[in-house]
Design a protein. Structure first.
Lengths: 420, 668
């Protein structure tokens, strides 16, 4: 909070008004370059295609973590439902990918027929291909737009945005705050995942959408190259998302949302429309999460309702908390660090620890370690990994009066805080 | 005959006479051996018995059954079991027993007289013929036997006979049953007999008035057997005509395209009746067109243009005029054909008066079934609500009273359930193990709760969101820990025998004892909570600390100690709830997770900080979930989805729950 209010005015057209942004963009650029040069797609092969995909997915998770940081770290709304928006984005793009690829396959197989196929025959054949697994053979109405890439791309943005808008409007309007709101958002994502688990939802029930890693019409392009394309796209989206988030939280708007986080009532008494600000942030982050999901799932190859179970959204909060909320790079560090370490431990690559009487298999014990380290971070390092950065900056500039008291204590004045 | 000599005629006559005389003599000899009346009876029907055909055996079975002889039932049942043998030498019938082998190694049988059951010696097996009634005959014998079983002195056998009748009712049972009612000594069995008799009358009575009386006597009866007897009377058959006939047995007219009759089904009927040309489906049409390709075109239409159904219909129509294919209706013509006919259902099973009274009775049955289903639903909802209440009451204490959100609450429930499982490993007696497990689960989770409060929660009292996250960290750690210790498969927590089974009130309403036990447990905890909170020193101090910790501290209460005890109490109750839930659900590491969201909903909907609110919330959610499931019984997932949506909307109107705290406490 202090940097924006106390820093001298800079020209507003500059998106980059903090050194951290430049450092972040440079680091992201270097990472992209290194991965590109070492990847299979460029012929060197030092980094396997599957690891490029993992890195690309991690970048998407970093993007959704930024959204989470905006809504929680800056605005104080602990949403436990943002992975629902992430999943909706994935479903929206997955529908087009699956439809279009199946259509190409079906048309290819029907091309050999004596009579040219009627549109109805083509559509029926696609429906049987896609929905045979749930025992249906007709397109549910929800697939009406699946044939069109632009419309589905629009859905990636519009559906999460609308859902967040309606849900947020209902919730904020009735002044649901704090843990109530957290539980309500959790209920929302639970309801969505339960709904999608039914075959009647029209999205293939618990089978989900699969085969998303194959782009229609690009069968000749090897996965190595495709993975690199998606990696670039994810890096670009992350960079743009970071800049956007940075722009949102700097300036007066940023001050207001931080003010809401610290003392909602006081901001309201100052005449700001708190609900409007919260709704804007909630919807904006839902849209960012939707875009991140749309980039994530083609790299993952499959999406099913288990992906948007409440636990996923809670992990999102865990990443941001471990990385350090209230600072954008903290969210990125948290998501990147935890999800990569998690992949390492659960992938069976971590060496087992032999204690003599018991061998610790990390596949089994990683979650325990994560849970406990999460408790420790919350207790002893509320600023997370990002707090380490403060150690460096504080060394350069001595602690000033009126400094940030941390996300939830910011409303306390200095003298109050010293008495606590 | 004119060429036949006197001699020849005389010899023929003599031989015949001789034959008759010998036969007579033989028969006389047989009777002279003093045959039992039963044996005599069998000998009278010897021919059809030997023939053993289903079509002709009837008189023999009737004769035996009607003979009034004491030994008749046994004969029938032994015959049915293929234990009746006939001696080839003289045609007499015996029961037999295997008697080993004689000196030469040939198998032999011990003969038992069918009249008095006495042994009458041995006979080689080769000299005996076994009567082998086929399944049809065995069925007829069984029907005849029912009469004896129905008036058997053994009550169990009478009940068994009634069971057999209700399993597989036959017309012959009706007379047998009506004779067996009056001399029935046992009132309960007599009532059953009368009921079964009326059921048989519905099916088999010749007289329409009797049938209707029997049908109407069952108005409002809940028995499944009644509906099974009535439903065949009101079966309908679909029919189609150009105009609706004026017959009284028309059940309903059907509209093609409705849920009862799709357009394709309707059209199929027309085709079967020969009222319309067969419908050609797109695949068959395509095949027909492909079979008639002529130089890159079908009926003059180039192949490339046949990529729409309209073009294909056109091509097919041309082929029809050319006579190359059978005329067929296309999809476009269906509507006109369907519109020209009327579809209806007609009753086929009985005459209209019977059908009408059956329908009326079914309506009254449906009504009382519906009423009872509502009662059943209410019981189900109450039991579900009490489970949610049990799961949520601990949460209501930690979340409601202390304002601390404990995401690990579900894992405390799980710990309680696993405690019950471990106790059962050591104490095999289920009743005793439950009695031990309940306080032990309380102790274990109380300790875990206190430890968590001391180590984690108390450092975060001013940061509710971080409490949520920290306790969530504990929750995933505990869950994984349980998985590592107990494995992923479900562990049994067996309830004692006296909790098994269900309280069956009637055919529709029943509730398992375990659910009643959980309901009682929930009431017990409600009472306990109220007692502790309102009548003890601890409760007073808890309320004081909740309302104003600083003021409470200045009055000499140690808020730290109170917070610790309150948290321990809430967690301990979760442990006991875990034992209760584990008794009827599977004990897995995800047990707690399944209840945590519903528990939070219960507390939030009910209103934080008030036990009555939690009670109302649990009731509301239980009723709601069961109610939605009732509308759509096949889909519990959808029920949960709609319930959550409802709760989200509910929060709009009562953000603070059903019972909202007012005044300063609400702001705390």
């Amino acid at each position: 909070m202090s940097d924006a209010t106390l820093a001298p005015r800079r020209p507003r057209f500059m998106l980059v008004d903090k050194p951290s942004v430049l450092i972040f963009l440079a680091a992201l650029g270097i990472l992209t370059l290194v991965v590109t040069l070492l990847s299979d797609g460029m012929g060197t092969g030092a980094i396997s295609t599957s690891f490029v995909k993992t890195l690309g997915k991690t970048l998407c998770l970093c993007l959704v973590a930024i959204a989470m940081d905006l809504v929680w770290g800056y605005c104080g709304i602990l949403s436990l439902g943002h992975f629902a928006f992430f999943g909706i984005g994935g479903y929206a793009i997955g529908m087009w990918l699956m439809y279009e690829r199946t259509r190409l396959i079906v048309e290819e197989s029907l091309a050999g027929a004596v009579l040219p196929p009627t549109p109805q025959e083509v559509s029926d054949a696609i429906a049987v291909q896609i929905f045979g697994v749930v025992g249906a053979s007709e397109f549910p109405p929800i697939w009406a737009l699946a044939h069109s890439l632009p419309l589905q791309l629009a859905a990636v943005v519009v559906v999460p945005g609308l859902l967040a808008l309606v849900f947020g409007w209902l919730a904020f309007r009735s002044r649901v705050t704090g843990v109530y709101l957290s539980i309500l958002t959790q209920a929302m994502t639970l309801a969505l995942s339960l709904y999608l688990f039914q075959n009647e939802s029209g999205l293939r029930g618990n089978n989900g959408l699969s085969g998303l890693q194959n782009l229609p019409g690009l069968d000749d392009v090897p996965q190595a190259t495709l993975s690199l394309w998606f990696f670039w796209a994810s890096a670009l989206a992350l960079a743009l998302g970071y800049l956007l988030a940075n722009w949102v939280v700097s300036g007066k708007f940023g001050n207001v949302i931080r003010g809401i986080r610290d003392d909602e009532a006081r901001v309201r008494f100052l005449g700001y429309s708190v609900e409007g600000y919260k709704l804007f942030i909630f919807t904006l982050t839902a849209v960012i999460a939707g875009i991140a999901g749309a980039l994530y799932y083609p790299q993952a190859g499959i999406i099913n309702p288990a992906e948007i179970a409440p636990i996923a959204s809670i992990y999102l909060a865990v990443w941001v908390a471990i990385g350090g909320r209230g600072r954008l790079y903290g969210a990125v560090i948290g998501a990147g660090f935890v999800s990569l370490v998690s992949t390492w431990f659960t992938g069976g690559q971590a060496p087992d620890v032999n204690l003599g009487v018991y061998t610790i298999k990390w596949v089994d014990w990683w979650t325990v370690l994560l849970g406990l380290s999460f408790v420790l971070v919350t207790l002893f390092a509320p600023k997370g990994i990002g707090g380490l950065v403060d150690l460096i900056t504080e060394r350069r500039a001595p602690d000033r009066h009126g400094a940030d008291l941390g996300p939830d204590q910011g409303s306390f004045r200095e003298d109050e805080a010293s008495k606590e | 005959m004119p060429r036949q000599t006197y001699w020849e005629a005389a010899v023929t006559f003599g031989l015949k006479t001789l034959l008759v005389a010998v036969t007579m003599l033989f028969a006389n000899l047989a009777s002279a051996q003093d045959l039992s009346p039963l044996q005599t009876l069998l000998q009278e029907h010897r021919e059809i018995l030997e023939k053993s055909s289903r079509r002709t055996i009837g008189p023999a079975i009737d004769a035996i059954a009607d003979s009034g002889l004491d030994a008749a039932p046994e004969l029938l049942s032994r015959w049915q079991n293929k234990e009746l043998w006939q001696r080839e030498e003289d045609g007499l019938f015996f029961y037999t027993e295997d008697a080993g082998k004689d000196a030469e190694g040939a198998a032999q049988l011990r003969l038992i007289d069918i009249g008095d059951g006495s042994e009458t010696g041995l006979a080689p097996k080769s000299a005996m013929d076994q009567l082998k009634p086929n399944s049809g005959i065995r069925g007829m014998i069984g029907a005849a036997l029912v009469r004896f079983q129905l008036s058997s002195p053994d009550a169990a056998e009478r009940i068994e006979a009634l069971d057999a009748i209700s399993r597989d009712p036959e017309a012959s049972h009706l007379a047998a049953l009506s004779r067996a009612i009056d001399n029935e000594p046992d009132a309960a069995i007599k009532a059953r007999k009368e009921r079964q008799h009326r059921l048989l009358q519905i099916r088999f009575a010749e007289d329409t008035a009797t049938r209707i009386d029997a049908i109407e006597s069952f108005a409002g009866d809940l028995g499944v057997d009644v509906r099974a007897a009535l439903n065949p009377l009101v079966v309908t058959r679909r029919a189609v005509a150009e105009t609706l006939p004026e017959d009284p047995d028309i059940a309903a007219t059907l509209t093609p395209g409705s849920a009862q009759l799709t357009r394709f089904e309707a059209y199929d009927m027309l085709v079967k009746e020969g009222l319309a040309p067969p419908l050609i489906d797109p695949a068959a049409q395509k095949a027909a067109l492909e079979a008639n390709i002529d130089g890159g075109a079908v009926a003059g239409i180039p192949l490339e243009e046949l990529d729409s159904s309209a073009a294909r219909d056109r091509a097919y129509a041309v082929l029809v005029t050319q006579g190359a294919v059978e005329p067929a209706a296309t999809l476009a013509q269906i509507d006109a054909i369907l519109g020209a006919h009327v579809f209806y259902e007609r009753y086929t099973a009985a005459e209209p008066r019977v059908v009408a009274s059956a329908l009326a009775t079914l309506v009254s049955i449906d009504r009382s079934v519906a009423i009872n289903q509502v009662i059943d639903l209410v019981l189900d909802a109450l039991s579900l609500g009490s489970i949610y209440f049990l799961a949520a009451i601990g949460l209501a204490i930690t979340f409601g009273v202390m304002g601390v959100i404990n995401m690990a609450h579900g894992e405390f429930i799980m710990m309680g359930a696993y405690t019950g499982y471990v106790v059962q490993l050591f104490i095999p007696d289920y009743t005793l193990s439950i009695i031990v497990a309940l306080p032990l689960a309380f102790a274990v989770t109380f300790a875990a709760g206190v430890a968590m409060e001391r180590l984690v929660v108390r450092w975060l009292y001013h940061r509710p969101l971080e409490t949520l996250l920290a306790t969530f960290g504990i929750s995933i750690a505990l869950q994984q820990l349980a998985k590592n210790i107990f494995g992923t498969q479900a562990r049994p927590l067996t309830s004692p025998d006296w909790l098994g089974g269900a309280l069956v009130i009637n055919d529709v309403v029943s509730i398992s004892y375990i659910r009643i036990a959980i309901f009682v447990l929930a009431l017990l905890f409600l009472g306990l909570f109220l007692l502790v909170m309102n009548r003890t020193r601890l409760g007073l101090e808890v309320r004081a600390v909740t309302q104003n910790p600083r003021m409470a501290a200045s009055m000499g209460i140690n808020p730290d100690r109170i917070n610790m005890l309150t948290f321990g109490l809430g967690s301990g109750i979760a442990g006991i709830a875990g034992v209760a839930i584990g008794l009827y659900a599977k004990v897995t590491s995800e047990l707690g997770q399944d209840y945590i969201v519903q528990s939070f909903m219960t507390v939030v909907v009910g209103g934080v900080g008030n036990i009555w609110g939690t009670l109302l919330g649990a009731g509301l959610i239980g009723f709601l979930q069961k109610g939605i499931e009732w509308f759509n019984p096949s889909n519990t997932l959808a029920a949960q989805t709609y319930m959550i949506l409802f709760i989200i909307l509910f929060i709009q109107f009562r953000p603070k729950g059903i019972i909202a705290l007012k005044g300063r406490a609400a702001e705390a």
